[in-house]
Every structure is written in structure tokens, then in C-alpha cells.
Design a protein. Structure first.
Length: 337
């Protein structure tokens, strides 16, 4: 079940409100309209009012019915946001004028909508870089109190035409980290795995089975990189005995039951893992692209986790359909399970 389908299946009294910081981009507008029409979220488009109105008019559409336009240059909220931003950032040398200038930028304004309770989550990255999106999320919304760090993941959905004969092991999975943390330490891998377990429960509606991945399975190779993963596995088990976790595992031992029986006999996770924790960004990023391009899986993300309130990053190559799915993801992150 995709995030849009999952959100549509839930009975929600009040639709979540998601702010989009690139409201002048045609892909963002099309994705927002689709989200509105699917009734999965109310959307605030942030950008130049004239451009947004012109883009909507060209599509025969207009604001209203769950679609609102905010121009930071003219919004009555900008003055309030500027004062709040100045208070937050004055210890970093941000004076009142710089605070006003920051809050007139769509990325900061959209994040301030979330911080101040006008929106439940925010989404950007079709135009802004990942570093810009993450920086605004950290500076304005902040890191969650129980999170060591902010990390990211991809939701991986098998192709709809997959058959048991073609791939008997096809299943929805979560890959982390594939977009943000370059070389996590053992402690950081523990944090990423804990965050990913919660994300799998919230967005895939599955009991997480966590594979701590390596080029080694259960001591088949010796190397500091392997030690990092095995130490993270033991630390995770100690910190969260309620979680089903196995490591270190090679991907085939994590994914294929027959291979798991040979390489990690007796494990309840090996061969059935649905949360794949990669040892570094090289492995995670390469793996999700291979799974997507060769395996035919749909990849949704990168999705951020560890932010105090939902804030997510889009790929600059995203489509309108990607935007709609990520609106649904961001909305789901803000809902109680």
C-alpha cells in the first residue's frame, strides 16, 4: 500500500496541512492539486503570489477548497515569524533585519509555518538543494528530543506487476540511510535503526524486522567496517530488546529465506527483513538505485527522520506524482499511529 493509499484508507477527522516551499514550480502545483483532489491533505503553496496564480490559471484551477497561497513578501504572518526567528537565531548573530530577510524566503517561511502551528509538516527540494532543506529544518523546526541525529530513508515498493514466479521475495521495504549520513559511526547506526523501525511502523504498517547490513554475515569476514556493524547490532539489542534485529548480514541473507537458512540459521529476521540498515551512504545510495532501476521497485524519498516535526526533501528530478506521494508521507509522519 503506497503512502497515498494508506492515508486514504485512514479515517481522519481533520486533514493534515502541509506547506510546500516551492509553490511556484509547476510540478509542485500539479502535485498539490492532486493531493487536494485525493483529499489526503490541505496544502499551503509558498512563493510568488502572482506566479502561483498564473500557473493555477493556466491549468484552469484556482486556490481554495484546501489549497492556500502564501507570499512571504506580503503575508501578514511574516512579521510574527521574523520576530520569532530573530529570537531563535540572535545568539548566532542574526539581527532583526536578517531575520526578516530570512523569513521572506520561501524555505524558511514554510518551515516557520510548521514551527508556529500553522502547518503539520513541510516539503521542499524540487528547487532547493538537500543541504538547504535540511539546514532550514534543523534551524527552524529542530531535532526531535529523543533523536541523536537527523537521517533519511527510502520506501521501496515492489513493481505492481510482480508475480511470485518472477520474484517470490518481493515485499515493501525501508532502506536507510540512502541520502544523508555519509559514514555513520556505530552509535549513529543504532540511532538510524531505531528511527527507521518507527518509520516502518508508521509508513509501511509492518512490524519492523531490522537487518544491519555488511559485506559479512555473522563473522564470515573480519574488518573494522564489519566490527562497526556488529557492535551497532549488539548495542541496538541492548537498547531496544523489543525490536527484531539481526546482524551483521549480507543483503542476500537478509532478503532470501533459503540463503538465510544457510548463512544465519535460526534467525527470525534473516531472510525476512523489511528494514535494511546500510553501513554507509555509498552502500545505501547505490543499493536503492539498483533496486529501483534493475529490480523495478518504486523508490519514495529521501524521507527525513529525527526532525521534531515532519519536514522532507524532494529530489530535484521529482515528478508531480512524486510530490503527491511525499505530501502523503509528510502527512502520515504527523499523525498518531
Amino acid at each position: 500500500m503506497t503512502p497515498v493509499e494508506l492515508l486514504q484508507s485512514k479515517k481522519i477527522a481533520t486533514r493534515p496541512v502541509i506547506s510546500l516551499s516551492e509553490g511556484s514550480d509547476p510540478r509542485i502545483i500539479a502535485g498539490a492539486l492532486a493531493a487536494r483532489d485525493a483529499r489526503i491533505a490541505d496544502v499551503i503553496l509558498v512563493g510568488s503570489l502572482q506566479i502561483m496564480q498564473n500557473e493555477l490559471a493556466a491549468l484552469g484551477q484556482e486556490a481554495g477548497n484546501g489549497l492556500t497561497l502564501h507570499d512571504p513578501a506580503t503575508s501578514p504572518l511574516t512579521e510574527e515569524f521574523s520576530a520569532q526567528y530573530h529570537e531563535m537565531r540572535k545568539h548566532k548573530g542574526v539581527d532583526a533585519d536578517k531575520a526578516r530577510a530570512a523569513c521572506e524566503t520561501p524555505l524558511v517561511y514554510a518551515a516557520m509555518l510548521v514551527r508556529e502551528g500553522h502547518a503539520d509538516g513541510t516539503l521542499g527540494g524540487a528547487v532547493f538543494t538537500t543541504s538547504d532543506v535540511v539546514r532550514a529544518a534543523i534551524q527552524v523546526i529542530g531535532v526531535a528530543p529523543d533523536a541523536l541525529m537527523i537521517s533519511s530513508f527510502f520506501l521501496m515498493f515492489p513493481p505492481s506487476n510482480a508475480t511470485p514466479y518472477a520474484n517470490p521475495h518481493a515485499r515493501a521495504m525501508l532502506y536507510s540511510d540512502g541520502g544523508l549520513v555519509i559514514d555513520p559511526s556505530s552509535d549513529e547506526l543504532v540511532s538510524i535503526a531505531q528511527q527507521s523501525a518507527a518509520s516502518a511502523q508508521a509508513l509501511l504498517r509492518v512490524d519492523p524486522k531490522i537487518a544491519m547490513l555488511s559485506f559479512s554475515t555473522k563473522g564470515s569476514a573480519k574488518h573494522p567496517a564489519v566490527t562497526k556493524v556488529s557492535q551497532a547490532t549488539e548495542a541496538l539489542r541492548a537498547a531496544r530488546p523489543d525490536l527484531a534485529v539481526e546482524g551483521e548480514l549480507q543483503f542476500d541473507a537478509a532478503f532470501v529465506p533459503d540463503i538465510a537458512d544457510r548463512k544465519a540459521p535460526g534467525s527470525d529476521v534473516a531472510g525476512h527483513a523489511n528494514v535494511m540498515i546500510f553501513p554507509n551512504l555509498d552502500a545505501g545510495n547505490i543499493a536503492y538505485k539498483i533496486t529501483q532501476r534493475i529490480g523495478g521497485y518504486a523508490a519514495i524519498g529521501p524521507i527525513l527522520q529525527g526532525v521534531a516535526k515532519p519536514a522532507n526533501d524532494l529530489s530535484r528530478g521529482c515528478s508531480a506524482e512524486d510530490v503527491t506521494e511525499m505530501i502523503a508521507v509528510t502527512a502520515l509522519q504527523g499523525l498518531k499511529s
